[in-house]
Design a protein. Structure first.
Length: 170
């Protein structure tokens, strides 16, 4: 697509490519749309997302996405993009914060809900009266996670033919 196409046409094409997981192709169209209309916060945000995902330029991507979200503070998609930039660089807490902000605007936003579901939910602390990062909570949490993923320790087996294991009470 050349200069004869509008920013909106480039943006629509980029969104189709993004949906098809063609990040590089989408990024080129986002770049062109942003170049044609730098005042549009949506184009700015998606261009910033492309900078983060394709070129790995965190600072510039963050700057673009933040300014877009600040300008159009009522648009949950811009908070989603800001969260995706943070998550792409390993800043999970910040990413979650922006996903939650997006949900405050639109609680039924499917993209944000899917992103949150993909991140998983934290289990509650084993001993809630101790801080989550306390060494005992961390140790017990690891044991719980191991027990859930492998309920029968290696080397032990359940009795053959018994679907239930009985525990004798004293």
């Amino acid at each position: 697509m050349g200069a004869a196409f509008t920013a909106e046409e480039h943006f629509r094409c980029a969104m189709e490519l993004l949906q098809a997981q063609d990040l590089k192709g989408a990024f080129e169209h986002f770049r062109t749309a942003y170049g044609l209309d730098q005042s549009n916060p949506v184009y700015r945000s998606y261009y910033g997302l492309g900078l983060a995902l394709v070129e790995g330029r965190f600072s510039k991507a963050l700057e673009l996405c933040r300014s877009a979200a600040k300008e159009e503070f009522y648009n949950p998609k811009l908070y989603h993009n800001l969260a995706r930039v943070h998550l792409a660089f390993g800043f999970k807490a910040e990413g979650l914060r922006y996903l939650r902000r997006g949900l405050l605007i639109d609680p039924s936003n499917a993209e944000i809900l899917t992103e949150l579901a993909g991140l998983g939910m934290r289990q509650p602390s084993v001993l809630r009266f101790l801080p989550r990062r306390h060494v005992i909570n961390r140790l017990l949490g690891r044991l719980r996670r191991q027990w859930i993923s492998d309920p029968v320790p290696i080397g032990l087996s359940l009795p053959a033919g018994n679907d239930q294991v009985s525990v004798a009470h004293r």
